[in-house]
Design a protein around this ligand. Sequence first.
Ligand code: SAH
Length: 279
Amino acid sequence: MTTQNKGELFVVGIGPGSEEHLTPAALDAIRQAQVIVGYRTYIDLVRPLLEGKEIFKTGMTEEIGRARAAVSRAQAGEKVALISSGDPGVYGMAGLVFEVLREIGWKRGESPKLHIIPGITAMNSCSSLVGAPLVHDFCSVSLSDLLTPWPVIERRIEAAAQADFVIGLYNPKSGRRTKQIVIAQQIVSKYRKQETPVALVKSAYRDLETVILSDLAHFLDYEIGMLTTVIIGSTNSYVYEGYMVTPRGYTNKYSWDGKAHEGQKPGVSLRLNEVGKPV
Ligand code: SAH
C-alpha cells in the first residue's frame, strides 16, 4: 500500500451527547473526516457538525457491518470517523474495529492509520450528575446477555458486590430484557443494606435527562431503560443534600486540621486494629 492512498480511521467517542462534553480532539477528528459512520442516534447527536460530509448511517444491530464499512473505506484511502457514544473503548466500537482489522490481517503502519479518540463514558457523565459516587474503588458490569452468557454476568455481579465495589450497570434493561436488573438487585442485596444509595441516570446531558436517587430497596420501582445507567453504592456510600457520595477515606486517617489521627502516620498505609477498622 503506497503512502499516497493511506487512509485514516478515527474511532471517536462523542461523550454522553451534548456538544460541550465532546472533546476538542473528537471535534477535530469529525472535522477532518470525509465519511462519518455511526448508529443513527449518535449521528443525530452531532448532526450540526456534519455538513458536507458523507454520512453512512446504520441501525443498532448492524454493528459489524458498520465496523467493516468504516475499515474498508479507510483502507481504500479515505478519512473515516466511526462514531461511538461515550468512550469507544467502553462497551463501544473500538473492540469490533480490532476484530475486523484482525480478520483482514492489517498490520501497524499499513492503511488505515488508526486513531482512537477517547470520550466521557456514561459512568463518568452519570456520576457527575449525582455527586461523587466513584471516589473510591468501582467497577462496571453490562447486563446485556446478547454476547455474554448470563451465568458469567451473574458471577461478576456477585464478585463485585462481595468485594464492596461501587457498581455501575450499563445496559441494565431493554424492552425484551427485563429480568436481569431484578436478579442483580437480589444478588447485591445479599451483601449490602437495603438503604444503600442507588442512582438512576437516564440520557445524561441529553434532552430527556432524568436523575433519580433511590436505594437498594426501592430503585426497581422507577423506570429503567436502554438509556439508563444504574450506580449502586458501596457500604460506605451515603447521601448528602440529595447527592450520592463515596468517601475517599481521608477522615479515617486525618482530622480536618490536616493532622493524622493518633496511631496513624501521614503518607504511610492506613493502620487497622484487630477487627479491621482504622485504629
Ligand atoms: N460506549 C458507551 C457505552 C455503550 S453501552 C459509553 O462509554 O458510555 C450503552 C449503555 O451505556 C446504555 O444502556 C446506558 O447504560 C449507558 N449510557 C450511554 N450513554 C448514556 C447517557 N447519556 N446517559 C445514561 N446512560 C448512558
